[in-house]
Design a protein around this ligand. Structure first.
Ligand code: BG6
Length: 510
């Protein structure tokens, strides 16, 4: 988070700030499940990008722990292949690999073959790690989280001494409901101190999500307006065009509510709605996030819409409905879409609805937060051709475009009073020229330097689950699932949810 504060304030005088973070500490980065997709697509490219930026220590190395029988040489080769595909740039320019950087990084890769349950795996690992700093990344199915951490405890690998740190990064899903999340936290905390646990939510690695705080708290003109006196409502959208892909097994028992809401959507909501922390210290930020999530009113059944995609078309190509996807039960009641109206019971937000929606196979890929301001009084325009005022909306674009748009009214040139809605846009990629990024670089680097601000604390995770818990309890009933055509704006019931309040969703598709 240091970087967020520095770069935000440096822009005040219109100078492009050169951020020079310090090199990470020496140590070993152990990836459990390191032969898998996440490691190939995100972790190794992110470590490579950090190495290219000069942020890895000379004594930084990687150990892959996997059950599969692969050699370090095979792994290096398959990582190299995926690196060529996945090292991306922020824009559309192609990025070429720096062979010297990759040669140095790949020569540091070692591997340990073994089961996650067996003590022998950890003994071998301990022999290789010795007394070095170590980050254990659990890129494994959630059922192994507890087992691996127990074994790290038993083998002594979780023990810190003096300045030597031992940290564990845990992927989602963190539990499948409130009770299991609490149980998992209790289990981890039997071995580890909270300060050693880094629960990752990749949404917090997105620059524009981090920018929400910089935008709100480093500018004088947003914060005085950021409350129930001036804001009518907020819409949070995380829309995807992809379907269930190859993940039917996972998704059938997960669904859109568990997959996206307690984690990603709640992070977006918390960043938008939290009070200013007293500092950018990890605990100060996380205290405020938890506080605002805890202030969310118990969600009511009639304020939730669950949907599932039927056949339709995406980019003019026909696609099948969810129930016809490979591996999906033809009678499945798993939701691929959810919309909810949430109310936050505190002084800042009482009476301001937060409408959130997320789904697969929607009209466009778009994650954004739309802050709708209250209308100006109309009286002045009564005797003019203006029949209504354009609502003032501040749009925080998270992806695929990254930036901020302000929508307001302006007079259309001419002799009579006509107003038009205009948009003023700040585009991240036009203004800043950032290096290549997968979104994981900041998170991995922050873990290396011991900054947990962008990771979720136990109470954060539990507060997110608490919001959706009532929905999980009603979900057992097959009733209450609305269908929508793939490629559409979502189920009609979601439009009705807002229409009831005389509001409407911003369009997802163009
Ligand atoms: C993951 C979910 O956590 O986030 C996926 O499991 C989803 O189902 C993905 O597609 C969305 O992430 P992003 O970064 O593409 O918005």
């Amino acid at each position: 988070m240091e970087s967020i504060v520095a770069s935000a304030s440096s822009q005040i005088d219109d100078t492009r700030h050169e951020n020079v973070p310090r090199r990470g500490p020496p140590g070993v980065f152990v990836i459990f499940g390191g032969g898998g997709d996440l490691t190939h697509r995100l972790l190794v490219p992110a470590l490579y990008n950090l190495a290219s930026a000069g942020l890895l220590d000379r004594h930084f190395s990687i150990i892959v722990v996997d059950r599969a029988d692969v050699s370090a040489a095979d792994l290096r080769q398959s990582f190299h292949k995926s690196l060529e595909n996945f090292v991306t740039s922020r824009g559309t320019e192609a990025v070429s690999l720096h062979d010297d950087v990759w040669t140095r990084l790949s020569s540091s890769i070692d591997c340990v073959r073994g089961s996650f349950e067996e003590a022998a795996t950890y003994d071998t690992l301990a022999g290789k790690i010795g007394s070095q700093n170590c980050i254990f990344y659990l890129a494994v199915a959630a059922r192994f989280f507890g087992t691996i951490v127990d074994q790290l405890g038993v083998s002594g690998l979780a023990k810190e001494s003096g300045k030597v740190f031992r940290r564990v990064i845990i992927e989602k899903p963190f539990g499948s409901d409130l009770a299991s999340a609490i149980a998992l936290n209790e289990r981890l905390l039997r071995t580890l101190d909270e300060s050693q646990i880094y629960r990752i939510d990749h949404y917090l690695g997105k620059e524009t999500v981090q920018n929400i705080l910089a935008l709100r708290f480093s500018n004088g003109f947003f914060e005085p307006l950021w409350n129930r006196d001036n804001i009518d409502h907020v819409q949070i959208t995380a829309a995807e065009t992809v379907g269930v892909e190859q993940r039917a097994r996972f998704y059938e028992s997960t669904g859109a509510v568990r997959d996206m809401v307690p984690n990603h959507v709640m992070q977006l909501l918390a960043m938008t709605a939290m009070e200013a922390p007293i500092s950018f210290d990890a605990d100060a930020v996380r205290d405020e996030k938890t506080k605002v999530l805890k202030a969310i009113h118990t969600v009511q059944h009639h304020d939730v819409v669950r949907g599932q995609y039927a056949a339709g078309s995406i980019k003019e190509q026909p696609v099948v409905g969810y129930r016809d996807e490979p591996g999906v039960d033809p009678h499945s009641h798993t939701e691929t879409y959810v919309a909810m109206k949430l109310m936050i019971d505190n002084w800042r937000w009482a009476g301001v609805p937060f409408y959130v929606r997320t789904g697969k196979r929607l009209a466009a890929r778009k994650t954004e937060i739309a802050v709708h301001f209250k209308s100006a009084p109309y009286a002045l325009f009564r005797d003019t051709p203006v029949d209504r005022l354009t609502p003032n909306i501040m749009l925080l674009h998270i992806q695929p475009t990254e930036g901020v748009t302000l929508q307001f009214s302006a007079k259309i040139p001419g002799p009579t009073v006509h107003l038009g809605g205009v948009r003023m846009k700040f585009d991240y990629s036009e203004w800043f020229h950032e290096g290549p990024s997968t979104g994981y670089e900041t998170l991995l680097y922050d873990c290396m330097i011991g900054d947990a601000t962008l990771f979720q604390r136990a109470d954060n995770i539990e507060a997110g689950w608490r919001v959706v818990q009532p929905v999980l309890e009603w979900m057992h009933a097959p009733a209450g699932l609305d269908f929508y055509a793939a490629g559409s704006e979502g189920p009609k019931a979601a439009d009705d949810l807002l229409a009831r309040d005389h509001r409407h969703w911003l369009k997802i598709g163009s």
